[in-house]
Design a protein around this ligand. Structure first.
Ligand code: CTP
Length: 376
């Protein structure tokens, strides 16, 4: 634990020490014989600065080293995560923008603050993300750092805006009933979390997902396919990449009853007529609101007598007009709600990457690797 002297104004050193069970030092003059100003940074696997104030970001961007934390930042060669928290005006100030850009350009991961209540009565962008979300983001950074390449924790999507859709849409029959599907949103959320720690500005369009919002991600909640379409099309206009991990309902009831549908006295069941929904992936792939954007679809396939899973997937890739298609063989129904996934990523350019059974986070990183390779 390396608090700054300002942090000690909020929480004293004995409390930090008692809660963490670790030694606490703020200056470079304690235990000098152990050379802590160099040793801590050199030995770290990950440095997390949370909350990172405007002042700390400025010091880090300019390489100042007037206390133990800033010395540690200069000596660390591991991934460094900053989780800024400050008032909106300070976050938006050109000085802070420039400092954040400098830190990102040097490979630091600066997590976008949340919007919401700030210290005092005001609300806006600048809130520290929930500790659980920050912890997940840090776990993601560490996992990626272990992938192998020395630069594998660099924020290679920095400066890019990516859109991810997640979850399953609901199509209402009446105010209380809907047609839905089994999509959990786990893969879409893993994609959003992975993109955020790779430095992207992330818009996550979530249809009926109950999972905690990943740190540093802008969340747009929707329910129906029509709402999902509008949110994705709007966000895609400024996006470098769109990944359609959501499961939009292909059909919706032709009519939505304003009142709850009652049981008929004669025991007869109502007939529900369905209309086909717009195909969002096809629409954004064929209109390409932003030239050079990379568009990714998902296909949950089962082989049949007209072809194998991969035959059908290649045909779908061509039909949809997207650049990449992530193909899941769902013959066993195993993907839904599972923390793991196994897939083949097909490229419209003929590429094929097989991703063995592993975490949805691991698959997410492979998808972003493939996207990044295709970004101009
Ligand atoms: N998708 C979409 N809009 C829809 C339906 C699906 O954008 N209305 C997207 C999904 O997010 C996913 C991909 O398209 O990325 C899945 O293709 P889809 O047509 O849903 O597959 P199937 O329903 O299996 O299609 P088909 O019945 O034609 O095989």
């Amino acid at each position: 634990m390396v608090p700054t002297s300002s942090a000690l104004e909020f929480v004293g050193a004995p409390t930090w020490s008692a809660l963490s069970g670790k030694p606490v030092a703020a200056d470079v003059w304690t235990s000098v014989h152990e050379v802590p100003h160099v040793r801590i940074g050199q030995g770290a696997d990950l440095v997390v600065v949370a909350p990172a104030t405007a002042d700390l970001l400025a010091k880090a961007a300019h390489g100042l080293a007037d206390d133990l934390l800033t010395n540690t930042l200069l000596t660390a060669r591991c991934p460094v995560v900053f989780a800024p928290a400050m008032h909106t005006e300070m976050w938006e100030h050109p000085a802070t923008r420039a400092n954040v850009a400098t830190l990102r350009s040097r490979g630091a991961i600066v997590i976008e603050p949340d919007e919401g209540r700030l210290t005092g009565k005001d609300t806006g962008k600048g809130r520290l993300p929930d500790p659980e979300a920050l912890f997940e983001a840090c776990t993601e950074v560490l996992a990626r750092g272990n992938v192998g390449a020395p630069d594998s924790s660099t924020p290679d999507l920095s400066g890019r805006h990516v859109v991810v859709s997640a979850g399953g849409t609901r199509e209402y029959l009446d105010p209380v009933r809907f047609l839905g599907n089994r999509s959990s949103g786990l893969q879409g959320y893993a994609l959003a979390r992975a993109a955020a720690v790779r430095g992207a500005e992330v818009t996550l369009v979530a249809a009926n997902v109950g999972l905690p919002t990943p740190a540093g991600v802008r969340l747009v909640r929707v329910e129906t396919t029509s709402e999902l379409r509008d949110a994705v099309v709007e966000a895609a206009a400024s996006a470098d990449a769109v990944v359609m991990a959501a499961a939009p309902a292909d059909f919706r009831p032709t009519q939505v009853s304003d009142a709850k549908i009652k049981k008929a006295a004669d025991g007869s069941a109502p007939t529900i007529t369905l209309t086909q929904n717009d195909d969002i992936l096809h629409e954004i792939s064929t209109t390409r609101a932003r030239a050079g954007s990379v568009i990714v679809g998902f296909a949950a396939e089962t082989g049949d007598d007209t072809g194998t899973v991969l035959d059908l997937a290649r045909a779908k890739l061509a039909r949809k007009g997207c650049d990449l298609l992530v193909v899941n063989d769902v013959s066993g129904g195993a993907v839904f709600g599972s923390p793991d996934n196994e897939a083949v990523v097909l490229g419209a350019d003929g590429g094929r990457t097989d991703v063995p059974l592993g975490s949805k986070s691991a698959l997410a990183h492979v998808i972003w690797d493939e996207v990044r390779r295709r970004l101009v």
